[in-house]
Design a binder for this molecule. Structure first.
Ligand code: FE2
Length: 385
């Protein structure tokens, strides 16, 4: 089995075209008639032209399956006509056989260089013409079939690609909806602790934005930025275990009360521990570390510097900023400038050495956007009255 036959079998080619069309081009009526008398009885549809110019016009209009092209003709010779046919995308697939009385190597090379598929010598040998025409038409029919087959495949690929794009878009939208519902669930559950704390300031929503902003500026990946956005609102979940009279006490806490209050960090971590979710695991580390201080003066473990996970340092400064800006039973809300000054320079209780130098520098560089986040909640009427 030849390579073409193998391909034909693989593609289902059956050669079903019924009546191939042949364009005979010759400047003599006798030449045209000889060909017609030979080809019509063989079942071919034959049309004719008298010169190269007519040949081009008919080739473009009728798209024959084969052109038998005389070489020496008035108006436009066969070489020029063949070159034109092969340079036109509409006709370049049509096989051209040069029918010539010209002998010699140069003439054949010239024919090949302009794209001829084959040659026939004048005077023609009828048996030779019959075989060559049959073979070339068979090849042309197979090429047409392959082209149609490829076009169908291209169309199928385009359709599958479109379906795949739609499926990906559906998946993306579903993932977004799932993330939104996940965040809503977290915020709803976490708001229990916030509600018990007596806050009505959307603190947990704002810290998500603050933390994401810092993580972005520090250079965390998109995935990690999203993770801290979802995880950070859970930092005070351990307050559900703190008695309300301590959480809501308007004055200063006693030493014993403050000791109990401090347990909310480790209690929060205990509530969150054991999850396989990356976000919950991050939330656990944040809950445990968000009151640690860079200089070692924090709780619950008194970690210092790089012992503290970066997410804890990020949460710490976000928490401090929002606490200073918010009203509490024991203090009025501060402006952005007052808050920025306290975090940057300290006020006796809060001091710059509390914070990771990297996170503090990032906060300083992006402090205006902290104010934007705070104000955006305030404008919506969700901030403390
Ligand atoms: Fe806390």
């Amino acid at each position: 089995m030849t390579e073409q036959e193998s391909t034909a079998a693989a593609t289902g080619f059956r050669g079903t075209k019924s009546r191939p069309r042949i364009l005979v081009v010759d400047d003599t009526a006798l030449g045209r008639q000889v060909m017609e008398d030979l080809l019509v009885p063989l079942g071919y549809e034959v049309m004719s032209a008298e010169n190269g110019a007519d040949c081009l016009e008919m080739a473009r209009r009728h798209l024959p399956d084969l052109i038998l092209l005389d070489v020496v003709m008035p108006v436009m010779d066969g070489f020029t006509a063949c070159e034109e046919i092969k340079s036109d995308p509409r006709t370049r697939q049509i096989p051209v056989v040069l029918v010539t009385s010209l002998e010699g190597r140069d003439s054949k090379l010239n024919g090949l260089s302009v794209g001829a598929s084959d040659f026939l010598s004048k005077p023609i040998d009828k048996a030779e013409v019959t075989i060559r025409v049959k073979n070339l038409l068979r090849i042309k029919e197979f090429e047409d079939f392959l082209q149609q087959h490829n076009e169908k495949l291209d169309e199928q690929v385009r359709e599958r690609t479109r379906q795949l794009s739609e499926a990906f878009e559906d998946l993306r939208l579903s993932k977004e909806a799932l993330n939104r519902s996940y965040l809503d669930t977290i915020l709803t559950l976490t708001s229990v602790a916030e509600y018990k704390d007596g806050f009505t300031s959307n603190h947990i929503k704002k810290v998500g934005h603050y933390c994401k902003l810092l993580a972005t500026e520090i250079g965390w990946s998109d995935e990690e930025q999203q993770a801290i956005y979802y995880a950070s609102p859970m930092h005070d979940i351990g307050k559900v275990a703190i008695p309300s009279d301590i959480l809501l006490k308007p004055g200063r806490l006693t030493r014993e009360e403050f000791a109990l209050m401090k347990t909310h960090a480790s209690t929060g971590a205990a509530i969150l521990q054991g999850s396989k979710s990356h976000v919950i695991q991050l939330a656990e580390r944040i809950a445990l570390a968000h009151h640690e201080r860079w200089d070692g003066g924090g709780y619950p473990r008194g970690l210092r510097e790089d012992e503290i996970p970066l997410e804890g340092n990020i949460m710490n400064i976000a928490d401090q900023y929002d606490a200073l800006r918010s009203e509490r039973p024991y203090k009025p809300p501060l402006s952005h400038d007052e808050t920025f000054k306290i975090i940057s320079e300290g006020d006796g209780r809060t001091k710059p050495s509390d914070f990771s130098p990297l996170v503090l520098e990032t906060f300083r560089d992006s402090n205006g956007r902290f104010n934007d986040i705070f104000e955006s909640f305030h404008v919506k009427g969700t901030e403390d009255e």
